[in-house]
Design a protein around this ligand. Sequence first.
Ligand code: AMP
Length: 221
Amino acid sequence: MVRSVRKYVIMGVQGSGKGTQAAMLARDFSLTQIGVGEIFRWHVQVHTKIGADVRRIMARGELVGDALVEKVVRERLDQHDWNYGFIIDGFPRNRRQAEFFLESYDIDGVIHLDLPDDEVRRRVLARRLCSQCGMDYNLIAHRPEVEGKCDVCGGELVTREDDTEEALAARVRDYHEKTDPVLDLFRRKEYVITVDARPDKNTVQRAIRKQLGLQPEAGTQ
Ligand code: AMP
């Protein structure tokens, strides 16, 4: 069977479930999941030069400079480990990044997860992350079996350095100021599907697949 290459962007305010939804799509459609924030967190964790440059910016909830973001994204996509396509989250975050992206890659769809700001705060402040394998937890919707420990690897669960009230406020403000215009740009090109991100993760996933017209391929269910 010939499979098409699918290239998706997933967008949504902090805590809207981008990483979770992207992982579910990646699993069933053999897509490579690329999380730009995750790439930067990895650099911070293993103390690379890039990590040293971005650590404080990230902790304050501010955006990393466009040139560095573009370099990281280009290098990641240049690995070409995405035979069946990719789904990228956390990028593009502003108009310049969107223009860079559209010049270099054609996109098949932009998934916009829509979540009201009051729900963002409730979700993000309950978020925990495994310090070893990076698995995401949420003390409201996805509690670990043993408190403070990762179900997958037993690693210690920690709060992201930028999941504080102050950093969250900066990130949500940036999202509306800089990322909302990106959605408008993509909308003009008719790529965007908007999905209500408030229901549970399986309901949200079904809505995404329905709107994109995606059916799991034989043998992947
Ligand atoms: P995220 O995991 O998507 O919330 O990203 C965490 C942090 O990484 C952000 O608050 C930024 O500091 C940085 N970051 C991730 N993606 C981008 C991007 N496209 N442009 C600028 N900064 C980014």
